[in-house]
Design a protein around this ligand. Structure first.
Ligand code: IDP
Ligand code: MG
Length: 155
């Protein structure tokens, strides 16, 4: 078990369809801790850095067109093995192959409109977090002691 930070981004289809709260809630329900969030308009330069590994593939132009087509919500979720956990919450790249209960199965129907991005390794997490956030925008230092919100002063 390793404490990790995972980079996750809601793609423009999620925001256009009003799925933002439902999707963020999935990560909260899982028990992950939100440590950064912002709405971003991804331009072509950022898209080409984010998806550098896919440059030259047949779907790359449509992917850039899609990710730059409207606002994106960029997030960092922290928790035990957060990178793998987020990928499992998200599901297979192709919503048709994703398991029921995953975000991509439950909300998506096509890989070109698959709702959400999640980093796939510790290295991509570091790289992608740095692309979207300044270090001071990551608020990982807060304690999540819910008791004091139930009883003043805690139990
Ligand atoms: P991932 O998002 O599950 O990590 P990647 O292989 O990294 O999947 O691909 C990045 C994104 O490119 C996918 O989320 C999807 O939007 C798009 N994509 C990947 N493969 C295809 C494809 O075969 N056709 C169309 N779009 C694709
Ligand atoms: Mg990927």
């Amino acid at each position: 078990m390793t404490l990790q930070q995972s980079f996750v981004a809601l793609k423009p289809d999620a925001i256009q369809r009003g799925l933002t709260a439902d999707i963020i809630h999935r990560f909260e329900l899982k028990g992950l801790k939100l440590v950064a969030l912002k709405m971003v308009k991804v331009d072509e330069a950022l898209a080409s850095q984010h998806y550098a590994e896919h440059i030259g593939k047949d779907f790359y132009p449509s992917l850039v067109n899609f990710i730059t087509s409207g606002p994106v919500i960029a997030m960092v979720w922290e928790g035990r093995d957060a990178i793998a956990v987020c990928r499992r919450v998200i599901g297979n790249t192709d919503p048709e192959k994703a398991e029921p209960g995953t975000i991509r199965f439950d909300f998506g129907q096509a890989p070109q409109r698959n709702i959400i991005h999640g980093c796939d390794s510790p290295e991509s997490a570091v790289r992608e977090i740095a692309l979207y956030f300044k270090p001071e925008e990551i608020l990982s230092g807060w304690n999540r002691d819910i008791d004091k919100w139930i009883v003043p002063g805690g139990l």
